[in-house]
Design a protein around this ligand. Structure first.
Ligand code: ARG
Length: 435
């Protein structure tokens, strides 16, 4: 198997794809085209032999990167109230760097603000009220998989903060015209394994079966399989085979799940880790693609209770909870699923609160999102959102976000799915199993 060229895309992790029809990768372009690099790329092109197809693409790439850089710098300088002179000066340095290197190096400020705006622009996140609080770690200098792994473990400790969770993003070296970029193959940095048994049943997280088989194919082994085995981190450096690393258990804080009234609940032996870390998205800022930029916030309780524990293709706990509650699972009319779902959510919130771990319930999160919309309005900005992702996976209509419509387009900076080509020149793979 040539792992190196595969575009890993694990079915259990990606169910929602329709939003892809709705992507406009750039905000409304400025009518002001005075930023065009055309003249400069023209001379670059002339310097190099004939005007062949490869050269055309290269020219378009620089043109596009420059356009995105100028769009982003404009936003940055405007929002940070920096002077026009500073803007023009910076833009001309970026242009020179682009012509020499076909890429450019962003300052820490450009990077950090870009990460925050990418969060602010991401239509799927309900917690965007806190976009300015993101801690941005600049780790672009790291060059080996070991160093990156160690930095990921530090990310986990820093963000966990003994349960007082902080939002953190770690930025590793971006893609360049010469290399396809570093890659953390795990869709989520922390996740439990799922082992398919010969009778078809799964030990662990059924959503992880495919990824677990993949890490097993790389040589990962687990002696005593449990329902909550931490999967290893898989890191791929440009042009190298993926490498696997076990996460140190002492860095991973977990919460055992119990119920405030039902003593029997803890007998399920459920637990969950405290830190959701999305690790395989491509972060696009000012024409630069950060292919390894894991970011984490805190959980909304329904992510764990309604999805991870309740989905039939995950831990599928509703029938077990309903049975213990003595509900009639033979009839939909008993609303056994709904009632079991509420108790699962109650248990998750209760258990996290008991341990003093940051978590937000869906009503509070919805309120916060509405406050974010207000705040953004004051700044003259419209909040773009994907309704299906914002409305929580229980009691939707009891939250304010349900009763709103949102415009759902994707503007940059933003986080993009890997198997979606952001720009033609950044194509990072097509069909998951064909290189
Ligand atoms: N839903 C994902 C999970 O259960 C995490 C996605 C990010 N969530 C967040 N609260 N930042 O692991």
């Amino acid at each position: 198997m040539n792992l190196f060229r595969m575009n890993f895309n694990f079915k259990g992790y990606h169910k929602d794809n329709l939003h892809r029809d709705n992507i406009k990768s750039l905000p409304e372009q400025d009518a002001d085209r005075s930023f065009s690099i055309s003249n400069f790329t023209e001379s670059l092109a002339n310097k190099q032999m004939e005007n062949n197809a490869g050269l055309e693409t290269q020219k378009e790439n620089i043109e596009q990167t420059y356009q995105e850089a100028s769009d982003y710098l404009k936003l940055l300088y405007r929002e940070k109230e920096l002077s026009k002179n500073q803007f023009w000066e910076r833009l001309s340095r970026v242009r020179k760097e682009l012509l020499n290197n076909k890429t450019y190096f962003q300052t820490y400020e450009e990077l950090a603000y870009g990460c925050k705006v990418a969060w602010r622009n991401n239509g799927r996140c309900i917690a965007r009220l806190f976009w300015k609080e993101l801690i941005v770690r600049d780790l672009r200098h790291l060059s080996t998989a070991e160093e990156i792994f160690n930095a990921c473990v530090e990310h986990i400790r820093l963000a966990t903060n003994q349960g007082k969770i902080r939002s953190v993003i770690s930025i590793f070296a971006p893609q360049t015209p010469e290399n396809s970029g570093i890659r953390i193959i795990n869709p989520f940095m922390i996740r439990y394994a799922g082992y398919r048994q010969s009778n078809g049943e799964v030990i662990g997280d059924a959503g992880s079966v495919e990824f677990t088989e993949f890490v097993q194919s790389l040589g990962w082994k687990k002696e005593n399989k449990t329902h909550f085995d931490l999967l290893p981190l898989v890191i791929q450096m440009p042009g190298e085979e993926p490498q696997i690393f076990d996460l140190p258990p002492d860095a991973i804080m977990e919460v055992p799940i119990e119920h405030p009234e039902y003593d029997w609940f803890s007998e399920f032996g459920l637990k969950w880790y405290v830190l959701p870390i999305v690790s395989e998205k491509i972060l696009s800022i000012g024409g630069i693609s950060y292919t390894a930029a894991p970011f984490s916030g805190w959980y909304m309780s329904s992510e764990i209770a309604s999805r991870n524990f309740a989905d039939t293709d995950r831990y599928n706990m509703l029938p077990k909870v309903a049975e213990k509650m003595g509900l009639n699972t033979k009839s939909h009319v008993s609303l056994w699923k709904d009632r079991a779902l509420i108790e699962l959510n109650t248990a998750v919130l209760h258990s996290f609160n008991l341990k003093g771990v940051t978590i937000v319930d869906h009503h509070t999160a919805s309120r916060q999102f509405m406050a974010h919309i207000e705040k953004e309005k004051e700044k003259g900005r419209k909040v773009l959102a994907d309704w299906g992702w914002i409305v929580p996976p229980l009691s939707g209509s009891t939250t304010e976000v349900f009763h709103r419509e949102f415009e759902n387009i994707w503007i940059k900076p933003n986080f993009f799915d890997r198997n979606l080509s952001i720009n033609s020149h950044e194509h990072v793979g097509g069909c998951p199993f064909h290189s």
